[in-house]
Design a protein. Structure first.
Length: 344
């Protein structure tokens, strides 16, 4: 190879001693290629640092090699983590990722998404909540034969089309922690009612407390919208009540960080006077002081698996699709924002 000259598919074929068609089949992840040939071609691709031309691949296979991540979520950390996971898989598979924000409350959301998909000839869509919860959109995607995988908190589709986070089991772990510390007067900050995840976390937390002999009365539930500002406002309402809670569980980290800010402004010490727990394990959770106890949702891994599952559809590899992890259980991360309540 001439220095600084970009390798071509012909170079790969020559060095691997195979036909150009065989190289193309390896690049496109086609089946019925021997393990030896597959290894040989991939080794040469790596040695030559060959990067296939996505436009040429698209012309050859009637595919654009473009995937779309479609979202409407006020939590920037969630979106960033999801992007990282999808991009890591796209790089491995030689695809490009198009990020497409939308307004899930707009009357024409479904139509505008379909128009975007058809205009860019998108091969498949990764849908994040709450967009992923729209059954009307799913019907329209099926009508135009657009593949999709949804990130969800419930099983509301065929397993080929979902990656699920088990929120109910996760909040059960949070209730275990709070009860073990001795908290009985607990406040809760809910996410937007339009989000299925918000419903799952609230109802799951309420049921988990009831199973442990405690209640979550409505005057201990504040309505947030997954933003830092709403967390501050909800904390102010809860902490100014006639009987302030000794612990607050906010159903995402952005709102929990808002709770910490409000508590500090009010002269309330965390965790001595108030225990705070979040849900996400965003980057700020470990950087704030005291560091936030929370749940790691494995958002990046979920998005990566959603992308991998989406790409298996083009190879009709049902065995591989079935082997991809579909359900994720968040991991409890205990840090310094929780403690036993005073006088216990």
């Amino acid at each position: 190879m001439t220095p600084n000259k970009k390798a071509t598919i012909n170079d790969v074929a020559r060095h691997a001693d195979v036909s150009k068609k065989t190289v193309s089949r390896v690049i496109n992840n086609e089946k019925n290629i021997s393990a030896a040939t597959l290894h040989k071609v991939k080794t040469v691709i790596q040695q030559l640092n060959y990067s296939p031309n996505s436009q040429a691949r698209g012309l050859a296979s009637s595919r654009s090699f473009l995937l779309a991540m479609i979202y409407d979520n006020p939590n920037p950390d969630y979106i960033t983590e999801a992007m990282h996971g999808a991009l890591s898989e796209c790089r491995l598979q030689g695809c490009e990722l198009v990020i497409h924000p939308c307004d899930s409350t707009a009357r024409d959301m479904d139509e505008s998404i379909i128009e975007f998909i058809q205009r860019l000839k998108i091969d498949g869509a990764i849908l994040l909540p709450p967009v992923s919860e729209s059954e009307r959109l799913i019907s329209k995607l099926k009508a135009v034969n657009c593949n999709y995988v949804r990130l969800l908190s419930v099983d509301s589709d065929n397993l080929d089309h979902i990656i699920r986070c088990n929120d109910r089991q996760a909040v059960s772990q949070i209730s275990d922690h709070l009860v073990a510390l001795g908290h009985k007067n607990i406040g809760f900050i809910q996410g937007p009612k339009a989000y299925q995840s918000a419903i799952e976390r609230k109802e799951g937390f309420r049921q988990a407390l009831e199973d442990r002999g405690l209640t979550l009365p409505e005057n201990r539930v504040a309505m947030g919208d997954y933003t830092y500002q709403s967390g501050m406002e909800c904390a102010e309402w809860l902490l100014n009540s006639s009987r302030p809670p000794t612990a607050i569980f906010a159903s995402n980290d952005q709102m929990a960080l808002g709770v910490i800010t409000t508590a500090k402004k009010m002269g309330i010490n965390i965790p001595t006077d108030l225990t705070v727990i979040g849900f996400d394990d965003s980057p700020q959770a470990s950087r704030v002081w005291p560091a936030l106890t929370t749940m790691d949702l494995h958002i990046s891994q979920m998005s990566q698996m959603a992308t991998r599952k989406l790409l298996t559809k083009y190879n009709d590899d049902k065995a591989l699709s079935a082997s991809i992890q579909t359900e994720f259980l968040p991991t409890f991360i205990q840090r310094q924002s929780t403690a036993r309540p005073k006088n216990t």
